[in-house]
Design a protein around this ligand. Structure first.
Ligand SMILES: *Cc1c(COP(=O)(O)O)cnc(C)c1O
Ligand code: SF4
Length: 439
């Protein structure tokens, strides 16, 4: 299949859209797409979405903007401007105002920018001791956009090899200077949006540097769900698989962190073939997804998805809470409810699929898991622990919050006893130092 993308400018050309969506429904998409990024593609449209009842379809809701993603007043404003044929500039300004209300930079993202010899590595984040995240410049877009995602694709089309090489050298210097780093995680956007030729410019120098403490290379990607041809029939698919083999032959654990939101993304022949191709290289595929209202907020969806993943030889890894950004009012699931769904799905699968951890919030202090709801002296409490912490010693210590059925994020929870959680003073100190460093 030849890749064809659809955006707000041409989605009305999609035959299924013409046939199955009323003009009003098409207009809703246009309105919401002024605020949220919208991109889908011919594989998603033709192979993943069930067009019998698109408005109820999880994959339609995953890639086509949904009316409910905007608050009513915001929807009405944009709709009015479009109907009045307002100038593009006016619409853009209004859209920006709305975006600013939607907490576009959640969870302390501005912290943890690595620095070596006075040089800041802006395309990287080192938050947890063992793992450094790297965002290659050319990987800041995706084969389609998820409606719940708020990582704005800012660097589309920057395609300069020299720049890539310069950046990766700083990354290598940084990793060399940090013997505690064992994992390098390529993320984005989607790093597999890059042509293999470009990806090689990043990976080969890392292999050549032979850093003894670096053991694992992870690639976080949604290509298996949104464009499995990346591993089968694209021009450079074979070369990508060859690169994976080279990583393995150089002695690294290669972990493909696959992003799947629903079992419907696992049902095509294309994805089955692609998974096999990846596994043949010696890579391991681990899977992760946020829990999202309107898309996958049922235990049955998760247990089915985990079972199917195991059947396909993939390893379930994380269930995340939807971040406190963007259309969280539409996609967000309360913590207690997410835990109930997790637990029910978890106990419906065999131990082989219980490699999954969650539900977990990637919050400022770390990845905080909801272990469950319990009781202390007759009081209902929520039990939490760290799966990852800014201080690794925080990990694995259960702590308690007052029961709150509606809370969606860590900052809405209150400690069960005292006025702060055990890590808060230390966290404040850490953030202060970092702020000084970044001045
Ligand atoms: C999740 C995450 C990692 C990886 O954590 P693991 O538990 O090792 O998978 C690394 N860095 C950041 C910032 C993360 O959010
Ligand atoms: S594939 Fe990942 S980065 Fe891209 S839009 Fe979806 S969630 Fe965001």
């Amino acid at each position: 299949m030849k890749y064809r993308s659809y955006t707000v400018h041409n989605f009305r050309e999609i035959p299924q859209v013409k046939q199955k969506l009323t003009p009003e429904q098409q207009f809703d998409i246009e309105v919401v797409a002024q605020v949220f990024p919208f991109k889908t593609n011919n594989y998603v449209v033709e192979k993943l979405i069930n067009w019998e009842n698109p408005l109820e379809d999880p994959i339609f809701r995953l890639t086509f903007p949904q009316k409910g993603m905007l608050l009513e007043e915001d929807y009405n404003e944009i709709a009015r401007l479009l109907k009045e044929n307002a100038p593009k500039e006016t619409i853009r300004e209004k859209a920006n105002q709305i975006r600013m209300k939607l907490n576009p930079h959640p969870a302390g993202q501005k912290y943890n920018i690595p620095e070596i010899n006075g040089v800041k590595l802006h395309g990287a984040q080192h938050k947890y001791r063992e793992t450094i995240l790297f965002f290659p410049k050319q990987g800041q877009t995706c084969h389609a956009y998820c409606t719940f995602c708020f990582r704005w694709p800012q660097f589309v089309g920057i395609d300069e090899l020299k720049f890539a090489m310069k950046e990766v050298q700083v990354l290598i210097d940084y990793i060399k200077a940090h013997p505690e780093i064992t994992d390098l995680l390529f993320t984005g956007g989607d790093p597999l949006i890059m042509k293999t030729k470009i990806l090689r410019q990043y990976i080969e120098p890392i292999l050549e540097a032979k850093i003894p403490h670096l053991k694992t290379i992870r690639i976080g990607s949604k290509a298996l769900a949104f464009w499995p041809y990346r591993f089968t029939e694209d021009d450079d698919a074979e070369d990508l698989l060859k690169l994976f083999r080279e990583i393995r032959e150089a002695g690294y654990h290669l972990a493909y962190m696959a992003h799947f939101n629903h079992y419907q993304e696992l049902g095509t022949e294309e994805v089955e073939q692609a998974v096999e191709k990846i596994l043949e290289t010696g890579a391991v595929i681990r899977t992760q997804s946020p829990i999202l209202r309107h898309i996958n907020d049922s235990a049955e969806v998760w247990s089915t998805m985990w079972k199917k993943q195991v059947q396909m030889n993939m390893i379930p890894y994380y269930m995340f809470m939807a971040r406190d950004t963007g259309a969280q009012h539409y996609f967000g699931v309360p913590l207690v409810r997410a835990w109930e769904i997790f637990r029910k799905a978890y106990y419906s699968v065999s131990g082989i699929a219980r490699t999954v951890k969650g539900p977990s919030m990637s919050a400022t202090p770390g990845k905080v898991r909801i272990l469950g709801v319990s009781e202390i002296n007759g009081d209902k409490v929520m039990v939490l622990d760290f799966l990852q912490g800014r201080n690794p010693e925080w990990v694995g210590k259960p702590f308690f919050a007052k029961y709150d059925e509606n809370a969606m994020w860590l900052d809405e929870l209150e400690p069960y006893q005292g006025d702060k959680f055990f890590y808060e003073d230390e966290l404040k100190e850490m953030l202060k130092t970092e702020e000084k460093v970044s001045l």
